[in-house]
Design a binder for this molecule. Sequence first.
Ligand code: TTP
Ligand code: CA
Ligand code: CA
Length: 642
Amino acid sequence: MSSPRFVSSPPPPSGDAVQRRPAKSRFTYKQLSQLANYSTTTPLRTIAHVDLDAFYAQCEMVRLGVDKDQPLAVQQWGSLIAINYPSRKFGIGRFNTAAEAKALCPDLICQHVATWKEGETKWAYHDDSFKNMGSHKVSLDPYRLESRRIMATFKETLPKDFQRIEKAGIDEVFIDLSAQVHSILLDRYPELSGPPPYDDPSECLPWPSGSVIDWQADNVIDLDSKETEIDDPDWDDICLAVAAEIARDLRKAVWDKLNYTCSAGLARNKMLAKLGSATKKPNGQTVVRNRAVQQFLSTFKFTKIRNLGGKLGDEAVAMFDTDLVSDLLKLPIEQLKRLGDDTGSWLFETIRGHDQSEVNPRTKIKSMLSAKSFRPPINSFEQGVRWLTIFAADIFSRCVEEGVLENKRTPKTINLHHRHGGSVRSKQIPIPQGKTITEKILLDLSKNLLAQVVVEGRCWPCANLSLSIGGFEDNVIGNMNIKGFLMSAEQMKQIQEKGSLEEDVESDSEDEKARKRQKTEDHGIKRFLGGGLSRQASSDKPEPEVGTLQETSNGYREVDGLNVCVKCGEIIAEDDQTEHADWHFAKELDEENNHAIINSRPQINQQKTTPGLPAGKSRGRSGAVSRAKVEKGQQRLMFKNG
Ligand code: TTP
Ligand code: CA
Ligand code: CA
């Protein structure tokens, strides 16, 4: 691929009229010094959001060595999950099936994601995987691996002392550049190094020397209507210009080293930076100056803002009969509080461009999960074990890659979720401590868990299995005795012979019920937003506290750091959410076609209200669904009857 441009286009109009300006900057010494310790309140705060362009598609382009202009899409079963920019010119999007996309662009390369084949212990790119949804499981390892290399490149490129990076998804990061920008400012602008007049930190700073900013190729958002470009830049503009240089360097490093393009947004907070990075794709960066915030935001539908993409956004649209930020800005806070006091206040602040959420470097993994929905369902212990073999290998390889073993951060528990008809059973067991985890240990434990389910009887056919490890969360099983889980030799023999044990127990244990009750309680907006009004949902998860439950914007709740599907209560790995959503979508379609009644779900699934929203207002897409309405994160898919 030839190198994309990272430099040089004319700066925005800066006018040459002579302006009268106040004697001093609008910003104080204190506000400047607060940059050094990542204050979330200083108006000079400088945040970057960097997002890879058409990420999975770029991974495949690099892996396959195709030309940068070659249209390529990444396929998962019959759907497309990533579309590179050359193919977007043909009007291809995630809403198209692979077949439709091929019709639009016969030259399109449709690369299927790698898969694990039932019973195998290594994923691979299989030519026939798209026909074998029943016996393959998607592996996103190739993309995780690339994601890690990209993260490492960001870290190598940033100075050692300034690495406040939050991985906000497989292909995006927030970086708090405040402290680095502060240090660069002190180096470059000698007028900042002296003490404040009268040693008073509330004194205003002097103006920056030299007032023309070279924005190079950056997309610089126009100023609000009451501001004028001929105003000299103040320190907030300088901070963003320095941040833009850093972002340009980061993007260039990723290109030079790994051949990926990404886009960036620079602004005073995460919300604005994230909106910014999506503004000039691919391979562009956008600066949202403080004086341009209102203008910038007013161009958006508020449903594009973090946290407002899901049910909360839908709710607000229905309540106020508009999806425009500009319309909501006219409403007094009392009106917005019809969504609830906290939600209303949060919304009021958000549409004004305020967001004090921290960039939260989450270096430690809390849990890992590997799962598969079976269409057709599986019917025997042996078949289950073949999938557990994959799950154990999958989880183990992630343990190794994440360095969990070296860090001796061994997980404490292993959990299995098993769905049969409308009921989900969960089994947990402690992972023996004191010895290094191996793939075999994980597999043996998971077999034990499956055997426990089988012992209880009535478990076939099984429509979904998921295996997770945790322990940095409060996933422990309280005072239950490990012996209680172990089967007798006689029981094990029976399973091996018959594939199951007939027993008449289907209901949850009291412990299980209590656990579920606990998790479905307390759904205020504070929970929804992770305890702070500006904390985030799916794409921007805070570390959940023990036992917390959070609604994410894409149909998942976060419980103890795991993503629980709001529709069925299953725990779904982040990377498998799309696949799982597909399953629901296909199932709903199928049910719609057959006029079937949706199976009753266990208690955890039956929550009808959206956390933080008034009762009875949930707008989930349960029951009938129209094919036209495909949500973000949701793909269309051919449903095969089991
Ligand atoms: P995004 O960053 O949302 O999209 P993108 O990188 O493909 O394209 P853009 O240039 O607009 O940023 O998602 C990152 C990857 O996550 C994407 O390449 C594939 C995967 N993904 C899915 O599998 N399903 C989905 O519905 C979405 C939104 C993403
Ligand atoms: Ca992206
Ligand atoms: Ca992204």
